[in-house]
Structure formats: structure tokens, C-alpha cells
Design a protein around this ligand. Structure first.
Ligand code: NAP
Length: 279
């Protein structure tokens, strides 16, 4: 089997490293010559090019570009595909992408590996990124079941656990556990930086430790990805942010009203609920 990857950054590069370690031939396409060169040096691909026609021999192609470029890339690839080629993507938002790629006459299977780091680019690619993580597939009405199964097999070979759901359901669920945390975490960093007293801000920066590291990680990541997520999953993200604002307002009211009992009840509920998301 030959696998093609368009976009050799954190996700595309990590995928290439893992697939090559299984002995699979990986052909890469990147936007810049320098990325192709780095991908070859880092053994992310067997060969790379800046031209999409380079992927015509591939049996399955993973599109790992920023969200905005995914559907245009699928359309640009069309002349170079044969009737058997399977296309899949790794975008963090699914409904808009699946809608744009359905009906193009190709076997397209929407996908989203729930794995990442705060870094970006081919230099950030790492082996084993997907081990023990969920990998969501969001087949559309025109995704052939054999194509879905092939993408699922590859995801499992990376050590991921495969889940299947509709693109819209995916976007609503990930807005809660991935997109909301990004903005909550970014808001935390902004709030700290808003401290007007320079001495207090400096001391806070010196004292920040594991709690701040954990809670600020996703907010301190790739800004382009954050904006793309907000643009492409706007409705669901806003819904989650409004709910979060209500939760913060409730906590503020409890603290202002010195209602320690109900605050403790809420925090006890949070403590009991957390493992349900991290089993
Ligand atoms: P990244 O590290 O910034 O890599 C993006 C890659 O796409 C780079 O190789 C870049 O090429 C290429 N690219 C950028 N603009 C392009 C264009 N106009 N045409 C062709 N290629 C272009 O990003 P990433 O974190 O891997 O994210 C890639 C995808 O994975 C996104 O759709 C994102 O939603 C999804 N995703 C990300 C995460 C995460 O935590 N980061 C998790 C799950 C899914 P150059 O290097 O040449 O600039």
C-alpha cells in the first residue's frame, strides 16, 4: 500500500513517521520546498514534492493541511486520482468539510485524530502521537463502507481507538471537550496578563507551576488553528462558550454570596465527573 499525505506539519508529519515505521511507503506533498526537504531529512516521508500530481500512485491520501485548505485540496486532487483512491482528512471540525467534499465523486471519509501538542510544523512531528487516543471517523452519505473500514484499520494500526459518528454530532461533542478548553485556557492566560500591577504580574509568572502549565497548555498553542476552529465550528463553539459563561456566573454568585455549601456541592460534582471524560 502507498499512502499520500498533503500537509507535512505536526499531524501529517507524525502520521508519516508512524506509517513509515510500519514499512508503508509514504509520499508527501507540502506547500514549501523547505518543508519537503525537512520531511525527507526527518524520515517523515519516502519522497516529497510541492505538486499534488506526485500523489497519483497513492492508494489512500490523508489531507493534513489547515482546515480552510482541506476542501480546495480535495478538488485540486481530483484530476490525479483513480476510481479506487480513498481520501480522508484530519481536520478538527467536520460538518463543513464533509459537506464540501460529498458529491465530488470521490471516496471521502472525514476523520479527526484527537491528538496533538501545542507545537506546529514538520519539526514538531513525533512518533507515537496517536497511541492511546481516540480517532473519530465521520462518514458522509457517499462514503463507501470499505473506505471507512480501511481508514479505521490505519487509525487502529497507529494505536488509536476508532469512534464513528455524524459530522454534526462530532462538531457538537468536540466543541465541549476540545474547542471550549482552548478558549477557556487562552482566556486564563489573557486574564493573568491583564494584571495591571507589574510587580504582581512578575511574581505570578515566577510562581506559576504545574497547575498553570496544565491549564494554559491548549490556550498557548497554534493561534492559526484556534481561529480556524472558531470560524468553522462557530455555532457549536458559541453554544459551549455561553454555557461556560453561565457556569462562571454561577460560581461568581456563590462566592459573592458566600454560599460555601452550594460551591462545595458544585466542586464535588466536578471532581466526580472528571474521570468520566478521562477513562
Ligand atoms: P501545522 O503543524 O501547522 O501543519 C500544517 C501543514 O499544512 C504544514 O505542513 C503547512 O505547510 C501545510 N499548509 C499550510 N497552508 C497550506 C496551504 N495553503 N496549502 C497546502 N499546505 C499548506 O498544523 P497541524 O497542527 O498539523 O494541523 C493540520 C490539521 O490537523 C488541521 O486541519 C487541524 O485542524 C488538524 N488537527 C490538529 C491538531 C492539533 O492539535 N494540532 C489535532 C487534531 C487535528 P508548510 O510547512 O510548508 O507551511
Amino acid at each position: 500500500m502507498k499512502v499520500g499525505i498533503v500537509g507535512l506539519g505536526l499531524i501529517g508529519g507524525s502520521l508519516g513517521l508512524d506509517l513509515r515505521s510500519q514499512g508503508i511507503e509514504v509520499l508527501g506533498v507540502a506547500r514549501r520546498d523547505r518543508t519537503c526537504e525537512l520531511a525527507r531529512i526527518r524520515n517523515v516521508v519516502d519522497a516529497a514534492s510541492t505538486n499534488l500530481n506526485f500523489l497519483s500512485p497513492a492508494d489512500i491520501i490523508f489531507i493534513c493541511t489547515p482546515l480552510t485548505v482541506i476542501a480546495p485540496t480535495v478538488r485540486q486532487l481530483l484530476p490525479y486520482l483513480n476510481s479506487e483512491t480513498i481520501l480522508t482528512d484530519v481536520g478538527s471540525v467536520k460538518a463543513s468539510i464533509v459537506k464540501s467534499c460529498e458529491g465530488l465523486g470521490v471516496s471521502f471519509v472525514g476523520g479527526h485524530p484527537m491528538a496533538g501538542t501545542e507545537e506546529r510544523g514538520v519539526e514538531a512531528a513525533r512518533r507515537g502521537l496517536f497511541v492511546g487516543t481516540p480517532y473519530v471517523l465521520t462518514p458522509g452519505k457517499t462514503s463507501p463502507s470499505e473506505a471507512v473500514e480501511q481508514v479505521a484499520d490505519i487509525a487502529r494500526s497507529l494505536g488509536a481507538t476508532v469512534y464513528t459518528c455524524s459530522p454534526t454530532v462530532h462538531d457538537r461533542a468536540v466543541s465541549l471537550i476540545s474547542h471550549l478548553p482552548l478558549f477557556a485556557s487562552a482566556g486564563l492566560i489573557e486574564t493573568c496578563m491583564g494584571e495591571a500591577e507589574p510587580d504582581i504580574l512578575t511574581l505570578a509568572q515566577q510562581l506559576a507551576s504545574s497547575g498553570f502549565r496544565d491549564t494554559s497548555r491548549v490556550g498557548g498553542g497554534n493561534p492559526e488553528l484556534g481561529v480556524e476552529i472558531a470560524r468553522h465550528n462557530r455555532t457549536q463553539l458559541l453554544r459551549s462558550l455561553y454555557q461556560y459563561r453561565q457556569t462562571l456566573d454561577r460560581a461568581i454568585a456563590q462566592i459573592e454570596g458566600e454560599d460555601w455549601e452550594s460551591l462545595e456541592r458544585a466542586l464535588s460534582g466536578d471532581r466526580a465527573a472528571r474521570p468520566l471524560f478521562l477513562s
